[in-house]
Design a protein around this ligand. Structure first.
Ligand code: PGA
Length: 255
């Protein structure tokens, strides 16, 4: 896997799928079923109303608490929003930023993503910056340009000193929730470009410590192929993270 520089990370993005009761059941099953390994970090990202119940259950375990979004301000007149300060107080350690579903359905622009990245760092959470091209952009040969732009804009207000303070998730939009994962070669190509871009932004030493995940239809059956190459430091998992056996197999492949 990713060599000694970077510990793999697998994040389960539960999206808008589980009620509080269902989230509690799933996390209990995960705690029984996942053998904890010092060789991989594992996080789950429930919906906001489920954070407390999941936080209570995973307290004292190695499972990390994640969130799916945050607002860029710490407080104020933003009806319906949740701030990084609130999340940090709940024990959230990682937060997904700029997921393609937010970019597509909720008007999340690169500028908002940039501010959210900074807000997450202000509260010492690790933001997972999601980048990825639409299918039409890939067809037009614009994948690298689109991903590089999202990367640069997303990171422009974040000071990278170690490299481990942020995580990048390459998620081609056409692979998310479609059962059509990208090919290992396609993933490696983009991951290499991302690391080169990072290198030109912060130097190769720091860039070498940034974890770059893949996301998009990762499942038990393809995890070893997708996560095997040394460029891939783990996975952001949607659908398969709702099934304990699937998620366990993916974590196993990452470790
Ligand atoms: P998927 O979702 O695994 O269901 O394709 C991935 C994601 O949205 O992060």
């Amino acid at each position: 896997m990713s060599g000694s520089l970077r510990r793999p990370l697998v994040v389960g993005n539960w999206k808008m799928n589980l009620t509080e009761v269902q989230a509690a059941t799933l996390v209990d099953q995960l705690l029984q079923g996942l053998s904890t390994s010092p060789r991989v970090d594992v996080a789950v990202a429930p919906a906001f109303p489920c954070l407390r119940v999941v936080a209570d259950r995973i307290s004292g375990t190695s499972l990390l608490l994640g969130a799916q979004n945050l607002h860029w301000e710490d407080s104020g007149p933003f009806t319906g929003e949740v701030s990084g300060r609130m999340l940090a107080e709940l024990g959230v350690r990682v937060v997904i930023v700029g997921h393609s579903e937010r970019r597509t359905h909720f008007g999340e622009t690169d500028e908002r993503v940039q501010r959210k990245m900074a807000a997450a760092r202000r509260h010492e959470m690790i933001p997972i910056l999601c980048v990825g091209e639409q299918e039409s952009e890939r067809d037009d040969g614009r994948t690298m340009e689109v991903v590089a732009r999202q990367l640069r804009r997303g990171l422009s207000d974040v000071a990278l000193r170690q490299g481990s303070e942020v995580v990048i998730a390459y998620e081609p939009v056409w692979a998310i929730g479609t059962g059509r994962a990208a090919l290992p070669g396609q993933i490696q190509e983009v991951h290499r470009m991302i690391r080169e871009e990072l290198g030109s932004m912060v130097g190769s030493e720091i860039a070498s410590k940034v974890r770059i995940l893949y996301g998009g239809s990762v499942a038990a059956g393809n995890a070893a192929d997708l996560l095997g190459p040394s460029e891939v430091d783990g996975a952001l998992v949607g659908g398969a993270s709702l099934q304990v056996e699937q998620f366990r197999a993916i974590v196993g492949a990452a470790a």
